[in-house]
Design a protein around this ligand. Structure first.
Ligand code: ASP
Ligand code: MG
Length: 405
């Protein structure tokens, strides 16, 4: 008998029919005699519409209350999936994140899991074969409801798989696995059979919407091998695991574009020790994560001023600008600009470590399309560029064609 964690994303539970489909799949796994822990997202679109609703009430809703609101999305789905299983005579019990023993810190709307004590899950699995857990949510030690950041059901699933020492973890979604690029934008994109945690992390951090970034970090940390596959077919998906040697043969494993970033530029910043530290400390303290950072070289030696640009997630822009205003008098920059019409294009592959000229080839393929590069950042296994959002899809196709075909 195996213990399997199966996570079903929003589109896989998008309507009553889809929920019945999930119940049938779970029932099939049960028929093999396995114990199944099902983690579900909110039905597709629900989290977005709850957010939109809150914004109609007030532009910056209190984050504690956002968690109260958003946690209801997943709570709806666990109950419906449990009902669907009962209807086909499979014993199943639904649990909220708190009931499943998921404890988090108190950072509302992006809480981190601090501990999982799945006594209740184990106890129930002794009685019934299926336990359904609400993804994306947890509870602080003080009993406050929290959520784990957008896409957080993946995190619930992988963290539970680690805590339960599950034999298998399957992430069911509406695509057949991880693709070399978003197939809706790049017609030639292909499904990968396997990908390393590091590549998956870079891709998820680069806007490939397959999975939440932090969930892959947890999987890597605890060595949870998992499969990303479709809830609408029986085809094998993509296995995500520790890097193997043969993975280096492929220079670029995938290309992704992130249209959810915004650029902030500080003009006329004093070029002296401690300034960057203050700016990015203030942003970090506000729990705003910063991605690409570029600082110019200052030319005037008597009055050294420089410009600093960085990108943040679009939903964090308003907060980031507030933070920057709050340190204006301390730092003394001249002006702050922001631009939401940007996109970040990234290509990823562990094989880049051992191949030269990869960045040059990428820039050439963009130049050939007449696409201007605003910012560049690189890591051992990734090259990212910031470009205009209107050229994002064209750029993605060009880079995919140059490296993958
Ligand atoms: N429902 C949440 C979201 O839309 C969590 C998830 O789907 O994983 O972000
Ligand atoms: Mg999701």
């Amino acid at each position: 008998m195996s213990l399997i964690v199966q996570k079903y994303g929003g589109t896989s539970v998008g309507d009553a029919e889809r929920i019945k489909n999930v119940a049938n799949r779970v029932a099939q796994s049960c028929a093999h005699g396995d114990q199944i822990v099902v983690v579900v997202s909110a039905m597709s679109g629900v989290t977005d519409s709850l957010i939109a609703l809150a914004k109609q009430i007030t532009p910056m809703p209190p984050e504690r209350e956002m968690d109260m609101l958003l946690a209801t999305g997943e709570q709806t789905t666990i109950a419906l999936v449990a009902m669907a299983l009962h209807a086909i005579r499979v014993d199943a019990v639904s649990l909220t994140g708190a009931q499943a023993g998921i404890t988090t810190d108190g950072v509302h709307t992006k809480a981190k899991i601090t501990n999982i004590t799945p006594h209740e899950v184990h106890a129930l699995l002794d009685e019934v074969n299926v336990v359904i857990v609400a993804g994306f949510q947890g509870q602080t030690a003080e009993g406050e409801i929290t959520t784990l950041g957008r896409g957080g059901s993946d995190l619930t699933a992988l963290a539970l798989a680690a805590a339960l020492k599950a034999d298998l973890c399957q992430i069911y979604t509406d695509v057949e696995g991880v693709f070399t690029a978003d197939p809706r934008i790049v017609p030639g994109a292909r499904k990968m059979d396997e990908i390393s945690y590091d590549e998956m992390l870079e891709l998820a951090g680069s806007g490939a919407k397959v999975m939440q970034l932090r969930s892959v970090e947890i999987a890597k940390k605890f060595g949870v091998v998992f499969e990303v596959r479709s809830s609408l077919s029986d085809k094998p998906g993509t296995i995500v695991k520790e890097e193997t040697r043969s993975m280096e043969d492929i220079v670029v494993r995938g290309v992704a574009v992130d249209k959810n970033q915004a650029k902030v530029t500080l003009l006329g910043v004093p070029d002296k020790p401690g300034v960057a530290a203050k700016v990015f400390r203030a942003l970090a303290d506000a729990a705003i994560s910063v991605d690409v950072i570029v600082q110019n070289v200052s030319h005037d030696a008597t009055l050294p001023l420089t410009d600093v640009s960085f990108t943040v997630d679009k939903p964090d822009l308003a907060k980031a600008l507030q933070v920057i205003e709050s340190i204006r008098s301390d730092i003394g920059f001249r002006e702050v600009l922001s631009d939401e019409k940007i996109a970040k294009l990234s290509m990823v592959g562990v094989g880049m470590r051992s191949h030269a000229g990869v960045a040059a080839k990428m820039f050439e393929s963009l130049a050939h399309e007449g696409i201007n590069i605003g910012m560049i950042s690189t890591s051992e296994i990734k090259v990212s560029v910031v470009i205009e959002i209107t050229q994002a899809d064209q750029a993605l196709r060009a880079v995919h064609k140059a490296f993958i075909g």
